[in-house]
Design a protein around this ligand. Structure first.
Ligand code: NDP
Ligand code: 2IT
Length: 447
């Protein structure tokens, strides 16, 4: 339910951003939480802080021409939405996926603003990407695309202005090509302009692992509120990319069992628990498809094309692929099968009806903007290392990450308590993130 004072704001967002369904969904979810805040502090509504927060500071859309291996000219569209810089330079990933459009980038930039505020670190919110599909493209094609993309984007970036990182379809390889082009165009070795870099370019140890590890730390702490641990618990992790792989790694370290994982074509169930080394070999080394898993693994492994991974019984579910991948139907199935906790590694993977079903059933539910904040938090640690020309050990970086995740968990839980909704991490995350950004914006004046 949206407070009647906030409904006109949602109406305006929907009219002004017609057809941008994912953006509407993300704004609606946050506004549903803010009624209790403006009841306590009408100042935020009276000074249009919520309206200001829903309007990105700047939106950049550009042509990305490049030449494929057959000599054909290809045209893609590039985006960067610089959402909010009240707390620091715009910060957020770049996504390469054919589904990318301005509404998706805007939803991600909006979520990022709250997420980054929740980390307590000096970073604003932004997101970028392209409808370029890297699948099946050669290294050289990916390089030419990244160079063309950065040829336009570089003028909008800077270590004090806007600092991108990876997201779907953008990993270490793509960040390297983009950093190379930025360096060439600006004639500056400005390591702090991108995060997720290779170690020898000033990257941070544990950045690759950070999102998945962080989400697992969050769920571990959430389980502890009920005296539970991962030990012996069947866990289903959707996706098999960066976030999914390092979620599985940490769950295994915590004594959990990975029952299944997936890619966009299907999912794998393994009676003996997923062999993570094999998944890494297929996805990280060969850049292959998960369907290869069964042939390589042998007896006990099953590949199910289409279908829903959420039909696989589990105690913990960690959706780590993409938005709206877990529906109301899936939530019902998970609840029937006895799910105890859901931790969102991806951004907005559960549909609104799924979230409501989990909460009504008393399932512990960690929203993406809190649970997956470990990636961007470690990006901020990378910026810190770049600024001081330092390089921390893996242990030091992971220890900071674990502390940050514990703090985010506790801030969400305490905020939910304070606003009369104990255990509601969605409300806690939205309010805690909102208050921090709103205060920072207000103190800057009306700009
Ligand atoms: P990757 O590109 O490394 O992996 C994405 C995975 O999700 C792949 O297994 C991919 O399968 C699957 N996937 C992507 N799109 C779809 C789709 N439309 N339907 C079904 N499956 C899909 O990306 P990441 O692991 O980095 O990102 C995963 C999620 O985590 C995203 O929501 C991202 O925004 C979020 N996130 C990422 C962070 C990071 O640091 N990387 C930080 C915080 C959140 P396939 O190979 O078949 O496409
Ligand atoms: O969604 C996210 O938080 C990311 N893709 C990571 C952003 C970052 O700047 O590290």
């Amino acid at each position: 339910m949206i407070d009647e004072k906030l409904q006109p704001i949602l109406n305006e967002v929907m009219n002004r951003n017609a057809g941008e369904q994912e953006f509407h969904q993300a704004v609606k979810e946050v506004l549903e939480s803010l009624g209790r805040v403006i009841a306590k502090r009408p100042y935020y509504a009276d000074n249009a802080l919520i309206e200001r927060l829903c309007e990105p500071e700047r939106q950049i859309i550009f042509r990305v021409p490049w030449i494929d291996d057959n000599g054909q000219v290809q045209i893609n569209r590039g985006f960067r939405v610089q959402f909010n810089s009240a707390l620091g330079p715009y910060k957020g990933g770049i996504r390469f996926h054919p589904s990318v459009n301005v509404g998706i980038i805007k939803f991600l930039g909006f979520e990022q603003t709250f997420k980054n505020a929740l980390t307590g670190m000096p970073i604003g919110g932004g997101k970028g990407g392209s409808d370029f599909n890297p699948r099946g493209r050669s290294d050289r094609e990916v390089m030419r695309f990244c160079q063309s993309f950065m040829s336009e984007l570089h003028r909008h970036l800077g270590e004090y202005t806007d600092v991108p990182a990876g997201d779907i379809g953008v990993g270490g390889r793509e960040i390297g090509y983009m950093f190379g082009q930025y360096k060439r165009l600006t004639n500056k070795y400005e390591a702090g302009v991108l995060t997720g870099k290779a170690l020898f370019h000033g990257g941070s140890r544990a950045r690759r692992e950070a999102t998945g590890y962080g989400a697992t730390y969050f769920v571990e702490r959430m389980l502890a509120t009920r005296g539970e641990t991962f030990e012996g618990k069947r866990t289903v992790v959707s996706g098999s990319g960066n976030v999914a792989i390092y979620t599985m790694e940490k769950v295994l370290e915590f004594g959990g069992i990975i029952a299944a994982c997936s890619d966009s074509n299907g999912y794998v169930v393994d009676d003996n628990g997923i062999d993570l080394d094999l998944v890494k070999e297929i996805k990280e080394v060969r850049r292959g498809r998960l369907s290869e898993y069964v042939k390589l693994r042998g007896a006990g492994a099953h590949y199910i094309e289409d279908g829903s991974i959420w039909d696989v019984p589990c105690a913990v579910a960690m959706p780590s692929a993409t938005q709206n991948e877990l529906t109301g139907r899936d939530a019902k199935r998970l609840i029937t099968n006895g799910v105890m906790a859901v931790g969102e590694g991806a951004n907005m993977p559960s549909t609104p009806d799924a979230v409501k079903l989990f909460q009504d059933a008393g399932v512990l539910f960690a929203p993406g903007k809190a649970a997956n904040a470990g990636g961007v938090a470690t990006s901020a640690l990378e910026m810190q290392q770049n600024a001081s020309r330092d390089s921390w050990t893996f242990e030091k970086t992971e220890t900071r990450l674990a502390e940050i995740m514990r703090d985010i968990h506790d801030r969400c839980a305490e905020t939910a308590d304070e606003y009369g909704a104990p255990g509601d991490y969605v409300l806690g995350a939205n309010i805690a993130g909102f208050v921090r950004v709103a205060e920072a914006m207000d103190a800057l004046g009306v700009i």
